[in-house]
Design a protein around this ligand. Structure first.
Ligand code: GLC
Length: 607
């Protein structure tokens, strides 16, 4: 423990009123608060929810916004102490809300790369693009160990294997926070704990496992992050054996803070305590007494402040708990050097030209290359030759929005090439190296002609989604069952579909492939998806098949490997399902995947 820092914390804590202390425990959304209210209510943090962007969503608009909030928080007077505000965002695969940012592959693809050094470099570049906008804090990395492909957040997980997630956890936190100097941002590992283990993969559902499995699968990846000094942890919406993590004193206060010696602060998820009880007044006490230190309150922050003040006055939340929460928040702000930083407009990285630069995009392009997994390659169809006559088809061939997936510009992602500024689609990447390539007129491949085309590249798969809207759910009975087990409220969103079988989920994809093969042109299929899917029919119709996950803005990284400039090296970090909606994970007793964890052909291998 840094005694000088602790002395600063105690000295400041000792000067604070109850209102100032409770204000520091509040994080609210930028659309719910003006700078003058940050000062008047002593607010500790402001955030952007997915897609919540100032002005024209340009770098300077972000710097100006952060400068206004910071200046207000630092205007000391008789009522207000100068305690700098922290601004937080979901920069989960690059600074993905902001126009022109470098968008990296989502975590599921990075898991296939098996490259910790790459993760560290991605984190360093992401930190610089975050700092360019005057933002201090990202709610990343996600440490979910996704164990069911039905879950809509599978793509935010590096792997079904906690060892990969743990290896990346320390590397990414180190890349973001480093020595907590001018190049650093505050990291936030999430979601504590067991988010990837819910029954039926229901987002925010119930993780019904023993404590030893919770420890060995879901808690294990947090140790390297804590060892690397991660400053914040986000509580999870899910429950553990029926008890909500947001109200779980054992998991929050004993396991994380005491047993694992985490001395940063815990932030709730988006209105996460609301689901503890239908009575919000009770929920405020439950979340606070369980060990949450800062509360992400999207709108009703006034009510939160009133309720928590009431609880302290009447004694249902002890002042010692308030002091512990505020001590942790001040400790993070001092450790991050926030009190010594100049205003956002005057910081070294603000408005830096490296934002979205070619140098940053080259790292993203490298990540795309290393994330690709070759599942099939018959007749040595791959690598392609740059002088071949190539027909490019499929709904995802020329769609950077679909390449990026959810949490990109908008919470649920975008479609088309106009919203993600910078970068290339997979089609553009192929076109730029192979002069004889053409884009199928309406994408369906009906224009395939062996007299004109030597081979076709068909880009298929999922469309963007985020969180529960990405769940695959066979029926609402699973929700009723899960809900009956959970003490509290279950937020249910409209699912993405009801099957992992691609031919049923997106029949247009198999149609496109067979439109082409039936005309005598062999097909290389490239699938964009946030998870492994059941693809038996598409696989058998294709001569070669590549799992490309959600590659982000640098689609030309796919061409780099299709044409052999770089070899395929990706290895599955998720087992590929055989033929049912049930997911199998490495280590399961009846482990029978179609392609096992770790599978992946190299560029010149055939099968
Ligand atoms: C969301 C997500 C969380 C994210 C937060 C802020 O609901 O669960 O991962 O960091 O809200 O956008």
């Amino acid at each position: 423990m840094n005694t000088e820092l602790e002395q600063k914390v105690e000295a400041l804590l000792g000067r604070m009123t109850l209102a100032q202390k409770i204000g520091q425990m509040v994080q609210t959304e930028r659309m719910a608060i003006e700078p003058e209210q940050v000062k008047a209510f002593h607010i500790g943090s402001v955030l952007s929810g997915g897609g919540s962007c100032p002005g024209d969503n340009q770098v300077n608009d972000w710097v100006d916004m952060n400068d206004a909030y910071w200046m207000a928080s630092m205007e000391e007077d008789d009522e207000h102490l100068a305690i700098p505000v922290l601004y937080g965002v979901d920069a989960v695969h690059g600074h993905n809300n902001v126009s022109g940012a470098t968008i990296f592959p989502h975590n599921i693809g990075l898991g296939a790369a098996r490259d910790e050094d790459l993760l560290n470099r991605i984190a360093q570049v992401t930190a610089k693009e975050i700092l360019a906008t005057g933002v201090d804090w990202t709610f990343a990395p996600t440490l979910a160990v996704a164990r069911n492909n039905l879950w809509g957040r599978t793509y935010e997980s590096y792997s079904e294997d906690p060892d990969i997630v743990g290896a990346y956890s320390g590397a990414f936190v180190d890349g973001l926070q480093g020595d907590l100097g001018d190049d650093a941002v505050v990291a936030c590992v999430k979601h504590w704990v067991g988010d990837g283990g819910t029954t039926e993969g229901i987002d925010q559902g119930d993780t019904r496992i023993s404590e030893s499995e919770l420890e060995s699968v879901h808690i294990k990846p947090y140790y390297p992050a804590i060892d690397n000094g991660v400053l914040t942890v986000m509580a999870s919406f899910n429950s553990w054996n029926g008890d909500k993590c947001h109200g779980h004193k054992y998991l929050l206060s004993y396991v994380l803070k005491e047993r694992m010696s985490f001395n940063g602060f815990v932030i709730s998820d988006w209105d996460g305590i609301d689901y503890l009880s239908e009575n919000y007044f009770e929920a405020v006490a439950a979340g606070t007494n369980a060990g949450i230190d800062m509360f992400m309150v999207s709108e009703h922050w006034h009510h939160f402040i009133d309720h928590l003040t009431h609880h302290v006055v009447q004694g249902t939340v002890p002042m010692s708990r308030i002091d512990d929460a505020v001590r942790r928040i001040l400790r993070v702000k001092f450790a991050f050097g926030l009190f010594e930083k100049p205003r956002p407009k005057a910081r070294p990285w603000s408005n830096d030209q490296s934002f979205g630069s070619e140098a940053h995009r080259q790292i993203a392009r490298e990540a795309v290359r290393k994330s690709l997994v070759l599942l099939k390659n018959e007749q040595q169809l791959l690598p392609l030759a740059k002088n071949q006559r190539i027909l490019v088809a499929g709904k995802n061939a020329d769609n950077i929005g679909h390449q990026c997936g959810g949490f990109t510009i908008a919470w649920q992602g975008t479609s088309g090439n106009e919203f993600v500024v910078g970068g290339t689609s997979i089609w553009q990447g192929i076109r730029d190296v192979a002069a004889g390539s053409v884009l199928s007129t309406n994408g369906t491949g009906e224009d395939a002609d062996p007299a004109l085309h030597d081979v076709a590249v068909v880009v298929i798969g999922e469309k963007p989604y985020a969180e529960g809207m990405g769940d695959i759910r066979t029926g609402d009975d699973v929700i009723v069952q899960a809900g009956s087990q959970i003490k509290g409220l279950l937020k249910v969103l409209e699912p993405y579909g009801d099957t992992l079988v691609l031919a049923d989920l997106h029949p247009e994809d198999l149609q496109t492939i067979t439109n082409i093969t039936s005309r005598g042109v062999p097909v290389v299929t490239v699938m964009l998806s946030g998870r492994p899917l059941v693809t038996n029919q598409e696989l058998s119709a294709s001569t070669a098949f590549v799992a490309a996950w959600l590659p982000g803005s640098e689609g030309q990284g796919v061409a780099d490997v299709l044409f052999g400039d770089h070899d395929f090296s990706g290895k599955l970090s998720f087992s590929w399902p055989r033929s049912d909606n049930r997911t199998s994970n490495i280590g399961d007793d009846d482990y029978r995947p179609l392609f096992a964890y770790g599978y992946g052909l190299s560029g010149n291998q055939v099968n």
